[in-house]
Design a protein around this ligand. Structure first.
Ligand code: NAD
Length: 511
């Protein structure tokens, strides 16, 4: 590590709400002294073999789309085109579903669980072998930092395949006294924030239970799913067991509407989730929805404050805030508010924003221009509604899509930034006096995906956790995942669970 020129100006506080004349009432820079930056430590990517064109993966082969159409996949950190991706239409989706049905009937549903498990173990090992390459691809295509794709995403992807490989021949023990049968063909639609991990969350339990799959990745992050398809080929997975159709929302819609699908598993926005629910209702299709969130992190005065601030930072700035369970609302007990704010301000000024392939980078690129626009629009609404924005003045690269780590104070429950999912590195900080008030505030949202509690008292943790309407509650930590642990929401965050033994249920009928 070599030391370079210090980066001096770190933060700005802005309140554009203005006085009676509409002019800013406070605009100043905070200088927290000189901070050293690191010399770049770039992850090598020269060995990565990107194809010019990525085709659809149907019946074990890469095939060109019937539409003949392709769309570009862009590196959000450079705005450079990485590759062209095939755009699947209704006819392609039909071919994929037919291939999945054939393979379900003739091969996969007849195969003993221990044999299915062997394929999954093989896939998990191949993912481990190629983890570095897949992590680099994930970073280039999605903009997340290499630290995260290498140390969090890829290990979890492999772990999910290992975990569900273990269940494949033990379904009778998972549900004692019941006869577990697969459903048939699963249509699985995933978002762009954890492309390979979401694919693993969907594919691994479905395959372990004996279903076959048609997977539809998000249009901005399709590349790694197609490299995963190569791993399926290398593992000798029978043709048609997994099919991958890339394309826009219409491709997903064709999958949802296909009459020969038995199960839809969707992860994405609440808006699209509601649309899918209205289509599948009254059909034979089983449905699970993993949707948006507006998680609350609650810091009590007796919490270890430094540890809590680190958890808050990880909770909201991890993956640029592109996390459904991001702790985007922070409730701080009044007596420690100033202390927490001071530490938060200090800490965000040290976060490094920039090239996601640099191992020192803390905050990578925003996934797409449209997502960046959404973040900016919501931040503007916060300023217009009178909240005060504290923002890192980290120097942002000239090209690409970036947003500096930021937080709002002076937020009220009625502000849009307190209610709507922001899906970016922007935190809304509010205060409370009593545990009852904290619970009421935290539950005051249409969502119910996750929450965090920070306190020294175990009894308080149990009291609070039992009253929070959130599918996952972390205590004195945040954003920790394990394949054995179920994940899913309440209210408008969806229904059904992924992960753990619970994650088998959406892919089975129990006799
Ligand atoms: P999105 O809903 O726009 O898209 C998700 C996927 O659905 C994409 O593959 C997209 O092409 C497809 N799609 C779009 N319209 C469709 C339609 N009409 N029919 C079928 N498929 C359609 O969401 P996004 O912007 O990609 O992802 C961000 C959202 O995902 C956030 O709201 C986030 O909270 C949520 N998310 C939730 C979880 C969870 O586990 N609860 C995990 C990750 C992301």
């Amino acid at each position: 590590m070599s030391r370079r020129k210090p980066n001096s100006s770190q933060l700005a506080i802005v309140n554009r709400n203005g006085g009676p004349d509409g002019q800013p009432i406070a605009k100043r820079r905070l200088d927290f002294g000189k901070r050293w930056s690191y010399a770049p430590a770039l992850e090598a990517n020269s060995y990565i073999k990107l194809r010019n064109r990525y085709q659809l993966f149907i019946n074990g082969r890469f095939v060109s789309p019937k539409s003949g159409q392709y769309f570009d996949s862009i590196n959000p950190a450079t705005e450079e085109k990485l590759a062209e991706i095939g755009s699947a239409n209704k006819g392609d989706v039909d071919l994929a579903v037919k291939a999945a049905r054939r393979s379900y009937k003739n091969v996969w549903s007849k195969m003993p669980g221990r044999e299915r498990g062997k394929y999954l173990f093989r896939i998990a090992r191949l993912i481990q072998e190629k983890a570095r390459e897949l992590a680099v691809l994930e970073t280039m295509d999605g903009g997340k930092t290499i630290k995260e794709s290498r140390d969090i995403d890829l290990p979890l992807v492999a772990a999910h395949f290992f975990y569900y490989a273990g269940w494949a021949d033990k379904l009778e023990y998972a549900f004692p006294g019941r006869k577990a049968r697969p459903l048939g063909v699963a249509g699985q639609i995933i978002p762009w924030n954890f492309p390979l991990l979401m694919a693993a969350w969907k594919l691994a339990p479905a395959l372990a239970c004996g279903n076959t799959c048609v997977l539809k990745p998000a249009e901005t992050t399709s590349i790694t799913a197609l490299h995963l398809a190569e791993i399926f080929q290398e593992a000798g997975l029978p043709d048609g067991v997994v099919n991958i159709v890339t394309g826009p929302g219409e491709t997903g819609s064709a999958l949802v509407n296909h009459p020969d699908i038995d199960k839809i598993a969707f992860t994405g926005s609440t808006e699209v989730g509601k649309r899918i629910a209205s289509i599948t209702v009254g059909t034979k299709k089983k449905l699970t929805l993993e949707l948006g969130g507006k998680a609350a992190n609650i810091i009590f005065e007796d919490a270890p404050i430094d540890q809590a601030v680190e958890g808050i930072i990880a909770g909201i700035y991890f993956n640029q805030g592109h996390v459904c369970c991001a702790g985007s609302r922070l409730f701080v007990q009044e007596s420690v508010f100033l202390n927490v704010i001071r530490k938060l301000r200090d800490r965000i000024s040290t976060l490094r924003v920039g090239d996601p392939l640099d191992k020192n980078t803390d905050i990578g690129a925003i996934n797409s221009r449209s997502q960046l626009d959404k973040i900016c629009e919501l931040v503007d609404s916060g300023l217009k509604q009178g909240a005060q924005l504290v923002q890192s003045r980290a120097r942002l690269p000239a090209k690409g899509y970036w947003y500096p780590p930021s937080f709002f104070t002076g937020v009220t429950a009625s502000h849009r930034i307190a209610q709507e999912e922001i899906f970016g590195p922007v935190l809304s900080v509010m205060t409370f006096r009593t545990p009852e008030e904290a619970i009421a505030h935290a539950n005051n949202t249409p969502y119910g995906l996750s929450a965090g509690v920070w306190t020294d008292k175990g009894s308080k943790i149990f009291k609070i956790v039992n009253q929070l309407r959130a599918g996952v509650v972390w205590a004195n930590t945040y954003n920790k995942f394990d394949p054995a642990s179920p994940f899913g929401g309440y209210k408008e965050s969806g229904f059904g669970r992924e992960g753990g033994r619970h994650g088998l249920l959406p892919y089975l009928t129990l006799g």
